[in-house]
Design a protein. Structure first.
Length: 191
C-alpha cells in the first residue's frame, strides 16, 4: 500500500470502515447474497491486514529508534572511555619513565644555567666530564599507538541512520492505543 501524506477524510479511515462492518454479521449477509458475503470477508481481511502492517511498521520504527538511541549512548560512553584511557596511559607512561624524565629535565636545566653563566668556560674539568657523557633523551609518549590499541580493543560503534516515521494516517490511534499495539506485537513475537 502506498502511504499518503495528506489527511484522510473521516469516512475513509480504517476506524470508520470497521465501524460500518461491525453493524453486520456474516449470517445476515450470507442470507442476503453469497457474493456479498465473499466481499464482506475480503473487506474484513483487508482491514485486518492493513492494521497488522501498520502495527508492524510502528513496532519496527520504535525498536529502530530505541536501538539508535542506545548506540548513540554507547558511542558517547566509548568516547569518554577513550579519553580516560589516554589520560591513564599518559599517567602510566610518566610514572614508568619518571627517572628518565627527571634526568632529562635536570640536564636541560644544567644547559640553561650554563648558557646564562658568563663564566661557564672557566669552570674547569668537572663540567667537561658531564659534556663527554651522552645527554639523556626525553622519553616520548606515542599517543597514536595508544589510541590505535584502544580502537583495536574497542571498535567504533556504528550508529544507524536517522529513523523516519512512516505516515500511516488512515488508522487513527491514540498514543496509549499505539503503545499497547506495539507491546502486544512484540509479546506475540516472543511466544
Amino acid at each position: 500500500m502506498v502511504e499518503k501524506p495528506s489527511e484522510f477524510k473521516a469516512y475513509s479511515t480504517l476506524n470508520f470502515c470497521e465501524r460500518v462492518l461491525t453493524a453486520y454479521s456474516e449470517e445476515d449477509i450470507s442470507a442476503y447474497n453469497a457474493g456479498f458475503l465473499k466481499l464482506f470477508k475480503w473487506l474484513k481481511m483487508a482491514i485486518e491486514a492493513r492494521k497488522a502492517y501498520i502495527t508492524r511498521v510502528k513496532a519496527l520504527t520504535k525498536r529502530a529508534k530505541e536501538e539508535r538511541s542506545k548506540r548513540q549512548e554507547q558511542a558517547k560512553e566509548r568516547l569518554a572511555n577513550r579519553e580516560n584511557f589516554l589520560l591513564e596511559s599518559i599517567e602510566k607512561f610518566n610514572e614508568e619513565h619518571k627517572d628518565e624524565i627527571v634526568a632529562y629535565e635536570e640536564y636541560q636545566e644544567m644547559l640553561r644555567k650554563k648558557e646564562n653563566d658568563e663564566y661557564g668556560e672557566e669552570a674547569g674539568s668537572a663540567n667537561e666530564d658531564d659534556e663527554e657523557k651522552e645527554p639523556p633523551a626525553k622519553p616520548l609518549f606515542n599517543e597514536k599507538e595508544v589510541m590505535d590499541k584502544f580502537d583495536e580493543e574497542n571498535p567504533e560503534i556504528e550508529i544507524p541512520p536517522e529513523v523516519v516515521d512512516s505516515i500511516n494516517n488512515d488508522w487513527t490511534l491514540s498514543e496509549e492505543d499505539e503503545q499497547k499495539l506495539v507491546e502486544d506485537y512484540w509479546a506475540g513475537k516472543q511466544e
